[in-house]
Ligand binder design. Sequence first.
Ligand code: PRP
Ligand code: URA
Length: 209
Amino acid sequence: MGKTVILEHPLIQHKISLLRDERTGTRDFRVLVSEIAMLMGFEALRDLPTKLVEVKTPITTARVPVLAGKKLAVVPILRAGLGMVDGILSLVPSAKVGHIGIYRDEVTHEPHDYFCKLPKGIDNRLVILPDPMLATGGSAIAAVDFIKAKGCNHIKFMCIIAAPEGLKALQEKHPDIDIYVGCLDDHLNENAYIVPGLGDAGDRIFGTK
Ligand code: PRP
Ligand code: URA
């Protein structure tokens, strides 16, 4: 059974509040998304396994912990998930990176996939799946479906803002994955945008529209 963690750290909350502000421009928005991803990644990777190895310090020899277990892959959901990759890689620089392209139809809000390139041996990796927004949950559910179909069964989904509707849908469809949420918002509006939210994450990161 996976867990859902709503991150309540004041630094994360403060940076998310800056992101929401419509006056925050592209440059600052990008920096904030990356910083929040790093802070969230710190929490999401808290349960990585370690093993003891012997190291000789200038003083003595000691048995000390180093990371062990599965290798990592970071697989952002394009486009907006790309903005979170650098922040996560700053914690685990040797992780491989894959990409899943999914966009939401503006009218039906159904997810459509258009690209997928995953690292070799994905079935044996822990996959970190970042996307700033979890709205209806359609895109995240489709991405997890895809990764599971490649044989991977250890997935941590990370989003900066979630709507209750999308969180519930993802938990119900994929109860085994861990979900990390920066802030749980109030509801979806009639266009399936998160309220209060931050608008269109992809457009704000890349300066489109
Ligand atoms: C946004 C966001 C998520 C999706 C969330 O992407 O980055 O992927 O919407 O909505 P959902 O939970 O209802 O599926 P969008 O489709 O706007 O594509 P983009 O990142 O290319 O702008
Ligand atoms: N995608 C976004 O980028 N923002 C929303 O509020 C919902 C979906």
